[in-house]
Design a protein around this ligand. Structure first.
Ligand code: RIB
Length: 353
């Protein structure tokens, strides 16, 4: 670092700030330091850094279902954001557990990681607050954990549900089956609230009485098999519906398979829309319309939030007595991706792919 500082004509502290991604460095100085780093082929010694910081340089990322492509897309964003600060992600699959198990406790209390991101976990605040060491920063993303004091980033799920359902109404659907997510999970509840709002709002009345019927609402796990079996059960029971709003893309993919087996044409007989925009949505037959989440961005924001907290707890300028700032909450907007599974007629005001 001394050599880099000399080469760039700056102090060692400035080199350290650039290497650690701290913002308070003028752009021209940052560029000079990076150029010197490149010329001298300098690579920060992470082991030495961890000795100085007494940290592990690992952060844990908890996800509920690693088989759902939504979560690897998030993990990529997190990994990129923390890698630029010399951190590595330890990925932990909770398998949709309803409470943090011994694995969680071991990892967080055993000094294996410097911080954690809880993504899509459906755990209550009380056991979490007891298990998370007071000085270990935690960020919550995707699903909310009411009562937990932590930075958080999510999308507006109610708005997403509203957009999906309004789109189905726009293409002429009047009885929309909702394949909802698990009861009590904030993302599932938000999407259902948006669905009901679209059906119950005055706008829906004008579109000659679309029906909000409790028989049309089903709840269950966010998995393809569940979308398949629930759609199949609805078809077998003779329930009439001409649209499906699935609370995630995996549910929608399962629904497409059941509709195909029952000889229902998509979108002519039943228009189908999902949620997330996982890479498989565009590959489905027919390609699946969906509400897209800015997955990579969600990941980078969560990673950045965690790095900011870690910077503060490590910075000598912020003695431990200095209170951490209030938790931040970031809410991003989803967007509509229209593909063949709902393309019945020209739709106004929607984003076409
Ligand atoms: O946990 C499953 C779902 O919740 C994902 O598919 C995504 O929609 C997330 O918000």
């Amino acid at each position: 670092m001394r050599d880099v500082a000399r080469e760039a004509g700056v102090s060692i502290a400035t080199v350290s700030r650039v290497v650690n991604g701290v913002d308070a460095v003028a752009e021209s100085t940052r560029r000079r330091v990076l150029e010197a780093i490149r010329r001298l082929n300098y690579s920060p010694n992470l082991v030495a850094k961890s000795l100085v910081h007494r940290g592990t340089r690992n952060v844990a990322l908890f996800v509920p279902d690693i088989m759902n492509p939504f979560f690897p897309a998030i993990a990529r964003g997190v990994a990129d954001a923390v890698a630029s600060e010399g951190y590595t992600v330890v990925l932990c699959n909770t398998d949709d557990s309803t409470e943090p198990g011994p694995h969680f406790e071991r990892l967080l209390r055993g000094n294996f990681v410097d911080g954690a991101i809880l993504c899509g976990t459906a755990w209550d605040a009380a056991p979490l607050s007891e298990l998370i060491p007071a000085d270990l920063p935690v960020v919550v993303m995707d699903r909310r954990v009411p009562g937990l004091r932590a930075d958080s980033v999510e999308i507006d799920n109610r708005l997403g549900g509203l957009m999906a359902t309004r789109h189905l109404l726009d293409v002429g659907c009047r009885r929309i089956l909702h394949l909802g997510g698990p009861v009590g999970v904030s993302t599932a509840e938000g999407r259902l609230a948006g669905y009901l709002e679209a059906l119950c709002s005055g706008a829906a009345d004008e579109r000659d009485a679309a029906e909000a019927d409790s028989d049309l609402i089903t709840r269950g796990p966010f998995r393809a098999e569940s979308g398949y079996s629930r759609t199949r059960a609805a078809l077998e029971s003779g329930l009439s519906f001409d649209g499906i709003f699935a609370a995630n893309d995996l549910l929608a993919l399962g629904a497409l398979q059941a509709l195909r087996q029952f000889g229902r044409r998509v979108p002519e007989d039943v228009a189908v829309i999902g949620f997330d925009d996982i890479y498989m949505a565009a590959l489905a037959l027919p390609p699946l319309s969906t509400v897209a989440q800015p997955t990579y961005r969600l990941g980078t924001i969560a990673g950045r939030m965690l790095m900011d907290r870690l910077d503060r707890s490590a910075s000598p300028a912020q003695p431990p007595a200095h209170p951490q700032p209030e938790p931040k909450r970031v809410v991003l907007e989803p967007s509509l991706r229209i593909r063949e599974s709902t393309r019945r007629e020209r739709v106004q005001g929607s984003e076409e792919e």
